[in-house]
Design a protein. Structure first.
Length: 243
């Protein structure tokens, strides 16, 4: 009888021990999540110009004709400067009446405004892949009829290599941060469980011409400074902690 009871007790103990061991293996280990930051900089290789031709005339037809003639000269000059068709894009067009609002005297009923002319604007976006040409292109554009706009955005045509460097820097920063935290806490860093990335392309800082471009001196090319673009990458990394 005693032998049977002992055998039954051992069986129950074994049945309880096995699930407990399995639970211990399946239980998630402690983890730590850190954020790493990385950046990489490179000189831009492309400039995006925003050029506007605006013409005012007594009639819409006259304003449109004058604008078309000026923009045709600008486009022709761009092509002669080596700008490809794919890098020239019309980005805006408008025809707006110009009004004169008469003054109200002696509390008379207000008179309706009268149209005194029309303004036609045609906007052109130009992608310049040779930065050495930017100053000359701006200067020549003004000579040919561009009289508004002048914004410049410097970019990198293929930033993949720069972003790859920023990613490596972000991961290295996250690993170093995790090691510092675990060492301070007296625990050991384990394997990587998860990595998430957030990439930030550089926010273009446009160079804007002040006032109308027609006020610029056409005697010499416009001085242009391209500087550098900085790309930022953040990564969230989750590590397992060793017991």
């Amino acid at each position: 009888m005693t032998s049977k009871i002992l055998t039954l007790a051992l069986a129950v103990t074994t049945m309880v021990a096995v699930p407990m061991a399995a639970y211990a293996e399946d239980a998630p280990r402690p983890r730590i999540t850190v954020t790493g930051e990385g950046e990489a900089a490179a000189a831009p290789d492309t400039a995006i110009l925003s050029l506007v031709v605006m013409q005012e005339k007594p009639t819409a037809r006259e304003a449109l004709t004058a604008n078309n003639e000026a923009m045709a000269k600008v486009l022709d000059a761009m092509k002669k400067a080596g700008i490809a068709e794919r890098d020239l894009q019309t980005s805006g067009f408008s025809i707006d009446p110009r009004y004169v609002f008469p003054e109200n005297n002696n509390n008379q009923p207000p008179k309706p405004p009268s149209i005194v002319g029309y303004a036609v604007s045609n906007s052109l976006t130009v992608r310049v892949r040779d930065l050495a040409k930017v100053g000359d292109i701006l200067d020549q554009s003004v000579t040919l009829g561009v009289n508004q706009g002048g914004n410049i955005i410097f970019t990198n045509d293929k930033p993949d290599t720069i972003l790859e460097e920023a990613r490596k820097n972000a991961v290295a920063n996250a690993v170093a941060r995790a090691k510092t935290l675990t060492a301070a806490a007296g625990v050991e860093l384990g394997r990587v469980i998860e990595i998430n990335e957030q990439s930030f392309s550089p926010r273009p800082v446009p160079m804007a011409a002040r006032g109308k471009m027609m006020a610029m001196d056409a005697a010499s090319p416009v001085p242009v400074a391209a500087g550098e673009n900085t790309y930022n990458v953040n990564v969230n990394m989750t590590f397992e902690l060793k017991n």
